[in-house]
Design a binder for this molecule. Structure first.
Ligand SMILES: Nc1ncnc2c1ncn2[C@@H]1O[C@H](COP(=O)(O)OP(=O)(O)OP(=O)(O)O)[C@@H](O)[C@H]1O
Length: 304
Protein backbone atom coordinates (compact mmCIF):
# COMPACT_ATOMS: atom_id res chain seq x y z
CA UNK A 1 0.00 0.00 0.00
CA UNK A 2 1.38 3.41 -0.98
CA UNK A 3 0.53 6.96 0.12
CA UNK A 4 -1.85 7.30 -2.78
CA UNK A 5 -3.75 4.05 -2.12
CA UNK A 6 -7.40 4.80 -1.39
CA UNK A 7 -8.68 1.24 -1.12
CA UNK A 8 -6.79 -1.98 -0.45
CA UNK A 9 -8.29 -5.42 -0.03
CA UNK A 10 -6.52 -8.66 0.83
CA UNK A 11 -8.09 -12.11 0.51
CA UNK A 12 -11.50 -10.54 0.90
CA UNK A 13 -14.10 -13.29 1.07
CA UNK A 14 -17.84 -13.26 1.76
CA UNK A 15 -20.19 -16.22 1.73
CA UNK A 16 -23.96 -16.17 2.06
CA UNK A 17 -25.07 -19.68 3.01
CA UNK A 18 -24.05 -21.62 -0.12
CA UNK A 19 -23.10 -18.60 -2.29
CA UNK A 20 -19.48 -17.45 -2.38
CA UNK A 21 -20.27 -13.82 -3.24
CA UNK A 22 -16.61 -12.72 -2.96
CA UNK A 23 -13.74 -15.12 -3.32
CA UNK A 24 -10.27 -13.98 -2.28
CA UNK A 25 -10.39 -10.43 -3.64
CA UNK A 26 -7.05 -8.58 -3.73
CA UNK A 27 -7.25 -5.04 -5.03
CA UNK A 28 -5.40 -1.74 -4.74
CA UNK A 29 -7.25 1.34 -5.89
CA UNK A 30 -5.33 4.57 -6.23
CA UNK A 31 -6.70 7.90 -5.09
CA UNK A 32 -7.94 10.36 -7.71
CA UNK A 33 -8.91 7.89 -10.38
CA UNK A 34 -12.18 6.73 -11.93
CA UNK A 35 -12.67 2.99 -11.66
CA UNK A 36 -15.24 0.88 -13.42
CA UNK A 37 -16.48 -2.13 -11.47
CA UNK A 38 -18.03 -4.35 -14.08
CA UNK A 39 -19.59 -7.77 -14.03
CA UNK A 40 -22.69 -9.79 -14.71
CA UNK A 41 -25.75 -9.96 -12.46
CA UNK A 42 -24.87 -11.59 -9.17
CA UNK A 43 -21.10 -11.27 -9.82
CA UNK A 44 -20.48 -9.68 -6.40
CA UNK A 45 -20.25 -5.94 -7.21
CA UNK A 46 -22.77 -4.72 -4.62
CA UNK A 47 -21.37 -7.06 -1.98
CA UNK A 48 -17.88 -5.68 -2.57
CA UNK A 49 -19.05 -2.06 -2.44
CA UNK A 50 -21.13 -2.66 0.67
CA UNK A 51 -18.07 -4.07 2.48
CA UNK A 52 -15.87 -1.21 1.29
CA UNK A 53 -18.42 1.27 2.64
CA UNK A 54 -18.79 -0.43 6.01
CA UNK A 55 -22.38 -1.55 5.40
CA UNK A 56 -21.38 -5.19 5.43
CA UNK A 57 -18.41 -7.17 6.68
CA UNK A 58 -16.27 -9.96 5.22
CA UNK A 59 -15.97 -13.52 6.58
CA UNK A 60 -12.29 -13.49 5.85
CA UNK A 61 -9.64 -11.01 4.71
CA UNK A 62 -9.35 -7.26 5.05
CA UNK A 63 -10.63 -4.13 3.35
CA UNK A 64 -8.83 -0.91 4.17
CA UNK A 65 -10.03 2.55 3.20
CA UNK A 66 -7.22 5.08 3.57
CA UNK A 67 -5.59 2.51 5.83
CA UNK A 68 -8.62 1.91 8.09
CA UNK A 69 -11.29 -0.77 8.26
CA UNK A 70 -14.49 1.15 7.49
CA UNK A 71 -16.96 -0.91 9.53
CA UNK A 72 -18.33 1.36 12.32
CA UNK A 73 -15.35 3.70 11.88
CA UNK A 74 -16.98 7.15 11.60
CA UNK A 75 -13.87 9.15 10.59
CA UNK A 76 -13.48 6.84 7.58
CA UNK A 77 -17.19 6.62 6.79
CA UNK A 78 -17.41 10.43 6.63
CA UNK A 79 -14.96 10.32 3.69
CA UNK A 80 -17.14 7.93 1.68
CA UNK A 81 -20.35 8.38 -0.29
CA UNK A 82 -22.22 5.28 -1.48
CA UNK A 83 -25.08 5.72 -3.93
CA UNK A 84 -26.94 2.50 -4.51
CA UNK A 85 -29.43 1.55 -7.14
CA UNK A 86 -32.05 1.00 -4.43
CA UNK A 87 -31.10 4.04 -2.35
CA UNK A 88 -33.52 4.55 0.56
CA UNK A 89 -34.49 7.94 1.97
CA UNK A 90 -36.47 8.69 5.14
CA UNK A 91 -40.20 8.25 4.70
CA UNK A 92 -41.93 11.50 3.60
CA UNK A 93 -38.69 13.36 2.87
CA UNK A 94 -38.93 15.96 0.12
CA UNK A 95 -36.11 16.16 -2.43
CA UNK A 96 -34.64 19.36 -0.97
CA UNK A 97 -34.64 17.79 2.51
CA UNK A 98 -32.53 14.90 1.21
CA UNK A 99 -30.05 17.46 -0.11
CA UNK A 100 -30.04 19.38 3.19
CA UNK A 101 -29.32 16.16 5.09
CA UNK A 102 -26.52 15.28 2.66
CA UNK A 103 -25.07 18.81 2.98
CA UNK A 104 -24.84 18.34 6.75
CA UNK A 105 -23.13 14.96 6.45
CA UNK A 106 -20.59 15.62 3.68
CA UNK A 107 -18.09 18.29 4.61
CA UNK A 108 -17.10 18.99 0.99
CA UNK A 109 -20.74 19.37 -0.14
CA UNK A 110 -21.06 21.86 -3.01
CA UNK A 111 -24.51 23.46 -2.94
CA UNK A 112 -23.98 25.31 -6.21
CA UNK A 113 -23.11 22.09 -7.99
CA UNK A 114 -26.22 20.45 -6.50
CA UNK A 115 -28.40 23.34 -7.73
CA UNK A 116 -26.87 23.21 -11.21
CA UNK A 117 -27.53 19.49 -11.40
CA UNK A 118 -31.12 19.99 -10.24
CA UNK A 119 -31.55 22.28 -13.25
CA UNK A 120 -29.78 19.84 -15.59
CA UNK A 121 -32.03 16.97 -14.54
CA UNK A 122 -35.18 19.11 -14.25
CA UNK A 123 -35.78 17.73 -10.78
CA UNK A 124 -38.83 18.94 -8.77
CA UNK A 125 -37.17 19.64 -5.43
CA UNK A 126 -40.39 20.32 -3.49
CA UNK A 127 -41.87 16.94 -4.35
CA UNK A 128 -41.87 14.07 -1.86
CA UNK A 129 -39.25 11.47 -2.76
CA UNK A 130 -41.77 8.64 -2.67
CA UNK A 131 -43.74 10.42 -5.42
CA UNK A 132 -40.76 10.64 -7.81
CA UNK A 133 -40.49 8.63 -10.98
CA UNK A 134 -37.80 5.93 -11.14
CA UNK A 135 -35.52 8.18 -13.20
CA UNK A 136 -36.05 11.20 -10.93
CA UNK A 137 -35.16 9.04 -7.94
CA UNK A 138 -31.93 8.03 -9.66
CA UNK A 139 -31.22 11.71 -10.35
CA UNK A 140 -31.47 12.45 -6.61
CA UNK A 141 -28.80 9.80 -5.96
CA UNK A 142 -26.57 11.03 -8.76
CA UNK A 143 -26.79 14.62 -7.48
CA UNK A 144 -25.96 13.60 -3.90
CA UNK A 145 -23.10 11.43 -5.12
CA UNK A 146 -21.59 14.23 -7.17
CA UNK A 147 -22.26 17.23 -4.91
CA UNK A 148 -20.94 15.31 -1.86
CA UNK A 149 -17.46 15.57 -3.38
CA UNK A 150 -16.60 12.74 -1.00
CA UNK A 151 -13.00 11.53 -1.22
CA UNK A 152 -14.32 8.17 -2.39
CA UNK A 153 -17.67 7.96 -4.14
CA UNK A 154 -19.26 4.65 -5.05
CA UNK A 155 -22.02 4.66 -7.65
CA UNK A 156 -23.72 1.26 -7.83
CA UNK A 157 -25.58 1.33 -11.15
CA UNK A 158 -26.93 4.78 -10.37
CA UNK A 159 -28.71 5.32 -13.69
CA UNK A 160 -31.73 3.00 -13.33
CA UNK A 161 -34.65 4.69 -15.09
CA UNK A 162 -32.55 7.63 -16.30
CA UNK A 163 -33.13 8.20 -20.00
CA UNK A 164 -30.22 8.39 -22.47
CA UNK A 165 -30.07 12.21 -22.31
CA UNK A 166 -30.01 12.25 -18.50
CA UNK A 167 -27.34 9.53 -18.42
CA UNK A 168 -25.19 11.59 -20.76
CA UNK A 169 -25.69 14.63 -18.50
CA UNK A 170 -24.45 12.50 -15.60
CA UNK A 171 -21.35 11.30 -17.47
CA UNK A 172 -20.50 14.78 -18.79
CA UNK A 173 -20.91 16.52 -15.43
CA UNK A 174 -18.95 13.80 -13.67
CA UNK A 175 -16.00 14.20 -16.02
CA UNK A 176 -16.11 18.02 -15.78
CA UNK A 177 -16.30 18.02 -12.00
CA UNK A 178 -13.68 15.31 -11.63
CA UNK A 179 -11.24 17.40 -13.70
CA UNK A 180 -11.58 20.28 -11.23
CA UNK A 181 -11.96 18.20 -8.08
CA UNK A 182 -10.13 14.90 -8.47
CA UNK A 183 -11.29 12.15 -6.15
CA UNK A 184 -11.75 8.40 -6.26
CA UNK A 185 -14.83 7.26 -8.09
CA UNK A 186 -15.96 3.64 -8.29
CA UNK A 187 -18.76 3.18 -10.79
CA UNK A 188 -20.51 -0.13 -11.28
CA UNK A 189 -22.33 -0.46 -14.55
CA UNK A 190 -23.75 -2.89 -17.06
CA UNK A 191 -23.65 -0.23 -19.78
CA UNK A 192 -19.96 -0.74 -20.44
CA UNK A 193 -19.64 1.00 -23.80
CA UNK A 194 -21.55 4.00 -22.45
CA UNK A 195 -19.14 4.52 -19.58
CA UNK A 196 -16.00 3.27 -21.36
CA UNK A 197 -14.63 6.75 -22.08
CA UNK A 198 -15.00 7.80 -18.46
CA UNK A 199 -13.04 4.94 -16.97
CA UNK A 200 -9.34 5.10 -16.22
CA UNK A 201 -9.16 1.63 -14.76
CA UNK A 202 -11.36 -1.40 -15.19
CA UNK A 203 -12.08 -4.13 -12.66
CA UNK A 204 -14.18 -7.04 -13.82
CA UNK A 205 -15.62 -9.43 -11.31
CA UNK A 206 -17.17 -12.76 -12.19
CA UNK A 207 -18.64 -15.24 -9.71
CA UNK A 208 -16.93 -13.42 -6.86
CA UNK A 209 -13.47 -13.40 -8.47
CA UNK A 210 -11.49 -10.67 -10.17
CA UNK A 211 -11.00 -11.59 -13.82
CA UNK A 212 -9.68 -8.26 -15.13
CA UNK A 213 -7.84 -5.54 -13.18
CA UNK A 214 -6.22 -3.27 -15.74
CA UNK A 215 -5.90 0.29 -16.98
CA UNK A 216 -8.61 1.10 -19.51
CA UNK A 217 -5.93 2.39 -21.87
CA UNK A 218 -4.21 -1.01 -21.87
CA UNK A 219 -7.50 -2.74 -22.62
CA UNK A 220 -8.28 -0.54 -25.61
CA UNK A 221 -6.55 -2.28 -28.46
CA UNK A 222 -5.75 -5.33 -26.33
CA UNK A 223 -7.77 -7.50 -28.68
CA UNK A 224 -8.62 -7.56 -32.34
CA UNK A 225 -11.10 -9.43 -34.50
CA UNK A 226 -9.62 -11.07 -37.60
CA UNK A 227 -12.05 -11.95 -40.37
CA UNK A 228 -11.49 -13.77 -43.63
CA UNK A 229 -10.95 -17.18 -45.20
CA UNK A 230 -10.90 -19.69 -42.33
CA UNK A 231 -7.57 -21.29 -43.19
CA UNK A 232 -5.85 -17.93 -43.58
CA UNK A 233 -7.33 -16.61 -40.34
CA UNK A 234 -6.00 -19.70 -38.58
CA UNK A 235 -2.57 -19.27 -40.14
CA UNK A 236 -2.48 -15.60 -39.13
CA UNK A 237 -3.58 -16.04 -35.50
CA UNK A 238 -1.21 -18.94 -34.83
CA UNK A 239 -1.06 -19.65 -31.11
CA UNK A 240 -2.69 -16.37 -29.96
CA UNK A 241 -5.28 -16.60 -27.17
CA UNK A 242 -8.72 -16.88 -28.71
CA UNK A 243 -11.48 -14.95 -26.97
CA UNK A 244 -14.23 -15.72 -29.43
CA UNK A 245 -14.74 -17.57 -32.66
CA UNK A 246 -17.53 -17.23 -35.22
CA UNK A 247 -17.76 -19.09 -38.47
CA UNK A 248 -19.96 -19.12 -41.55
CA UNK A 249 -19.02 -21.59 -44.28
CA UNK A 250 -15.45 -21.00 -45.37
CA UNK A 251 -15.34 -17.64 -43.56
CA UNK A 252 -14.31 -17.20 -39.99
CA UNK A 253 -14.11 -14.33 -37.58
CA UNK A 254 -11.87 -14.79 -34.58
CA UNK A 255 -11.24 -12.39 -31.70
CA UNK A 256 -7.73 -12.75 -30.32
CA UNK A 257 -6.09 -11.20 -27.30
CA UNK A 258 -3.12 -9.39 -28.75
CA UNK A 259 -1.74 -5.99 -29.71
CA UNK A 260 -0.86 -5.96 -33.40
CA UNK A 261 2.05 -3.86 -34.56
CA UNK A 262 2.21 -2.20 -37.98
CA UNK A 263 4.08 -5.14 -39.51
CA UNK A 264 1.42 -7.66 -38.41
CA UNK A 265 -1.32 -5.36 -39.69
CA UNK A 266 0.38 -5.16 -43.06
CA UNK A 267 0.72 -8.94 -43.08
CA UNK A 268 -3.04 -9.31 -42.43
CA UNK A 269 -3.75 -6.97 -45.32
CA UNK A 270 -1.54 -8.94 -47.69
CA UNK A 271 -3.35 -12.13 -46.66
CA UNK A 272 -6.70 -10.50 -47.50
CA UNK A 273 -7.85 -10.45 -43.88
CA UNK A 274 -9.96 -7.75 -42.24
CA UNK A 275 -9.01 -6.43 -38.81
CA UNK A 276 -11.61 -4.76 -36.64
CA UNK A 277 -11.23 -3.18 -33.20
CA UNK A 278 -12.88 -4.72 -30.16
CA UNK A 279 -14.87 -2.41 -27.91
CA UNK A 280 -14.32 -2.43 -24.16
CA UNK A 281 -17.72 -4.06 -23.75
CA UNK A 282 -16.89 -6.84 -26.22
CA UNK A 283 -13.49 -7.32 -24.61
CA UNK A 284 -14.95 -7.58 -21.12
CA UNK A 285 -17.73 -9.92 -22.17
CA UNK A 286 -15.41 -12.14 -24.19
CA UNK A 287 -12.66 -12.18 -21.56
CA UNK A 288 -15.03 -12.89 -18.69
CA UNK A 289 -16.59 -15.73 -20.65
CA UNK A 290 -13.23 -17.15 -21.62
CA UNK A 291 -11.98 -16.94 -18.00
CA UNK A 292 -15.14 -18.71 -16.82
CA UNK A 293 -14.68 -21.34 -19.50
CA UNK A 294 -11.05 -21.89 -18.50
CA UNK A 295 -11.99 -22.17 -14.84
CA UNK A 296 -14.65 -24.75 -15.60
CA UNK A 297 -12.41 -26.67 -17.98
CA UNK A 298 -14.37 -25.74 -21.12
CA UNK A 299 -12.52 -24.82 -24.27
CA UNK A 300 -13.02 -21.21 -25.39
CA UNK A 301 -12.95 -22.37 -29.00
CA UNK A 302 -15.97 -24.53 -28.32
CA UNK A 303 -18.07 -21.55 -27.31
CA UNK A 304 -18.58 -19.92 -30.69
N1 LIG B 1 -28.07 -10.91 1.70
C1 LIG B 1 -27.83 -11.92 0.87
N2 LIG B 1 -28.18 -13.19 1.19
C2 LIG B 1 -27.92 -14.23 0.36
N3 LIG B 1 -27.30 -14.11 -0.83
C3 LIG B 1 -26.91 -12.89 -1.21
C4 LIG B 1 -27.16 -11.73 -0.38
N4 LIG B 1 -26.67 -10.63 -1.03
C5 LIG B 1 -26.15 -11.09 -2.20
N5 LIG B 1 -26.29 -12.43 -2.31
C6 LIG B 1 -25.82 -13.28 -3.43
O1 LIG B 1 -24.43 -13.00 -3.60
C7 LIG B 1 -24.09 -12.95 -4.99
C8 LIG B 1 -23.50 -11.58 -5.31
O2 LIG B 1 -24.55 -10.60 -5.22
P1 LIG B 1 -24.29 -9.06 -5.52
O3 LIG B 1 -25.57 -8.33 -5.19
O4 LIG B 1 -23.06 -8.63 -4.83
O5 LIG B 1 -24.06 -9.06 -7.10
P2 LIG B 1 -24.01 -7.85 -8.16
O6 LIG B 1 -22.78 -8.06 -8.96
O7 LIG B 1 -24.15 -6.55 -7.46
O8 LIG B 1 -25.29 -8.15 -9.06
P3 LIG B 1 -26.28 -7.15 -9.90
O9 LIG B 1 -25.47 -6.64 -11.06
O10 LIG B 1 -27.36 -8.09 -10.34
O11 LIG B 1 -26.74 -6.09 -8.97
C9 LIG B 1 -25.38 -13.27 -5.75
O12 LIG B 1 -25.37 -14.64 -6.05
C10 LIG B 1 -26.47 -12.93 -4.75
O13 LIG B 1 -27.61 -13.72 -5.00
Amino acid sequence: MTQSTAIATRELTKTYKDVRALDNINLDLEAHRIYGLLGRNGAGKTTLMSILTGQNYPDHGTALIFGHEPFEHDPTLSRICFIRESQKYPEDFKVHQAFTAAAMFFENWDEQLAQNLVQDFGLPTKRRIKKLSRGQLSAVGVIIGMASRAEITFFDEPYLGLDAVARQVFYDRLVEDFAEHPRTIVLSSHLIDEVANLLEHVIVIDKGRIVIDADAEDLRGAAVTVTGEAAKVQEFIGAATVLHRDGLGALSSVTIKTQLDAERREQAKLMGLDLSPVSLQQFVVRSALSETATATGEKTEARS
